[in-house]
Design a protein around this ligand. Structure first.
Ligand SMILES: Nc1ncnc2c1ncn2[C@@H]1O[C@H](COP(=O)(O)OP(=O)(O)O)[C@@H](O)[C@H]1O
Ligand SMILES: [Mg+2]
Length: 360
């Protein structure tokens, strides 16, 4: 439904967006995820028409729109700072776009009531905007955008100013609103958890470029480069070398030793340097040496971090400078690794734990 083709944006000598090509389907919840300054807002503003493209094309339903003014695009946008009018009440804020379109009053009233219901603020129509909480204001901003039934809603860090609890609640509401309405959403966020929870697909941006587009599970399980692997969840990286050929590939992994590879080496040459990535939750710890043939390595717990229902254990192993992070789920009142600092432990992992990335 939306196609971006080789879209670039330069502000003088700053290349804010680099050669971005994306296809976004109708009804999809799509997110742009990246650190601050990676070009997310600039890309969104070009889709909305608030910013011109330096080069490239933007199409909606096959029509080129990159030269159309914002009000002629079937798009609406919600901003991080609650862009609602403080001098208007909730009803007039939501009806603002309809008013400008000259929608008959009775029709406006009916549509606003339906919207108030949808954003779970029935009876709030006569409140002044200044009497609302942050979360309520952001719902009104959403309603004001959605009432115009845009084909596409763009959301630039819409929950960024809310505290954690409210943000999580609003995430669920956002997702269910989007499902209900079937409108294509494009969300900008620097919060990986938010992107993974809400989206059908995510484009990860770095330095103006899209470096991977995938489903949340795809990004998590099969990151194609180190930046994505490190940005989405936490990850242990190991230097490694690939040896052998055909079905007999193995990797020599610094700190873990030799490891059989099952078709993961791809077309890599014998002797190729690679990066092995293993999630902390894909490793398990055992107080005694596990039985062969399970791969394992001996180490020593150097630190423990409590993270709510989980613990992150740092395990020093020979042949590697940084400790290996291992995440375990801690049951209430049960602390299996209590007092284990300094004692030897064994790290083990299953065949699916390893992702192979290109070495930089
Ligand atoms: N109007 C502008 N003029 C000059 N540089 C800008 C402008 N807007 C954004 N930039 C630059 O473009 C880059 C990307 O910014 P932005 O799209 O806001 O990133 P993000 O939303 O991912 O934080 C940054 O280096 C930023 O400083
Ligand atoms: Mg931004």
């Amino acid at each position: 439904m939306i196609s971006l083709r080789n879209v670039n944006k330069a502000f003088g000598r700053v290349q804010a967006v680099r050669d971005v090509s994306l296809e976004i389907a109708k009804g999809e919840f799509f997110s742009l995820l990246g650190a601050s300054g990676s070009g997310k807002t600039t890309l969104l503003r070009m889709i909305a028409g608030f910013e011109s493209v330096t080069s490239g094309k933007i199409l909606i339903d096959g029509q080129e729109i990159q030269d159309s003014p914002p009000h002629l695009r079937p798009i609406n946008m919600v901003f991080q700072n609650y862009a609602i009018f403080p001098h208007l009440n909730v009803r007039d804020n939501i009806a603002y776009g309809l008013q400008r379109l000259g929608t008959p009053k009775a029709e406006q009233a009916r549509m606003v009531d339906a919207m108030l219901e949808m954003i779970a603020l029935p009876g709030y129509g006569d409140r002044r905007a200044t009497q609302l909480s942050g979360g309520q204001m952001q719902r009104v901003a959403l309603a004001r955008a959605l009432i115009l039934k845009p084909k596409v809603l763009l959301l630039d860090e819409p929950l960024g100013a809310l505290d954690k609890q409210l943000r999580e609640q609003m995430q669920l509401e956002l997702r269910s609103l989007q499902r209900q309405l079937g409108i294509t959403f494009i969300l900008v966020t620097h919060d990986q958890e938010e992107a993974l929870t809400l989206s059908d697909r995510v484009a990860v941006m770095e330095n103006g470029a899209v470096i991977q587009v995938d489903t949340p599970a795809g990004l998590y399980d099969h990151p194609t480069n180190r930046a994505v692997a490190a940005f989405v969840g936490s990850m242990n990286f190991f230097d490694a070398t690939v040896h052998g050929q055909g079905d007999a590939y193995r990797a020599e992994i610094a700190g873990l030793g030799p490891q059989r590879l099952n078709g993961q080496a791809g077309a890599r040459q014998d002797g190729a340097r690679v990066l092995v990535a293993i999630r902390p939750e894909s490793l398990t710890l055992s107080p005694t040496a596990p039985e062969a043939p399970q791969p394992s390595v001996q180490g020593r717990i150097t630190a423990r971090q409590y993270m709510g229902g989980r613990q992150m254990l740092h395990v020093a192993v020979e042949g590697r400078a940084a400790p290996v992070a291992v995440s375990i789920v801690a049951q209430r009142g049960d602390d299996p690794w209590d007092g284990s600092e300094g004692r030897p432990v064994w790290l083990t992992w299953g065949p699916g734990a390893i992702s192979l990335l290109d070495a930089e």
